[in-house]
Design a protein around this ligand. Structure first.
Ligand SMILES: COC(=O)N1C[C@@H]2C[C@@H]3O[C@]2(Cc2nccnc23)C1
Length: 130
């Protein structure tokens, strides 16, 4: 009913606010758009579930996330993919892994600091009834 739609609207606003801050952070530029499959032809053979911050934004607007847990599952996919595809002990891979770890720690710290527990609980409740 209307209260549920109000809750999900507030969730989308919160998730856009968090995602916009990540996209604005220069450290996370490599994560802001899909990896170019033409430029990196083996990417899809290594990374089974590509994800990036622009795709996350699109999913927010298409109302794909009903809980913060579902959002975090996609954002975690972003940095996990980067660690998987860039494992070498060379300066480029080390730098993108460092940035992937920073993305992980940043998004989890924002959620811990800014998400009220009972708000996520009411989102999970809505998810169960659907
Ligand atoms: C999240 O981003 C990544 O995991 N990567 C890995 C790819 C390999 C390397 O850097 C990436 C893009 C790229 N494009 C052209 C040539 N080489 C590259 C970004």
């Amino acid at each position: 009913e209307q209260q549920e739609e109000d809750t999900l609207r507030e969730l989308r606003l919160f998730l856009r606010c968090v995602t916009d801050r990540l996209i604005l952070d220069r450290r996370f530029k490599a994560f802001s758009k899909p990896v170019d499959k033409e430029q990196v032809p083996d990417y899809l053979t290594v990374v089974r579930h590509p994800m990036d911050l622009s795709t996350v934004l699109s999913k927010i607007d298409r109302q794909k996330y009903i809980t913060v847990r579902e959002y975090l599952h996609d954002v975690d996919q972003i940095w996990e993919n980067a660690l998987e595809y860039n494992p070498e002990d060379d300066p480029y891979d080390r730098q993108i892994r460092h940035r992937a770890c920073a993305l992980k720690d940043t998004v989890h710290a924002i959620i811990k600091d800014e998400l009220k527990e009972d708000f996520e609980r009411s989102c999970e409740q809505i998810k169960e009834t659907r």
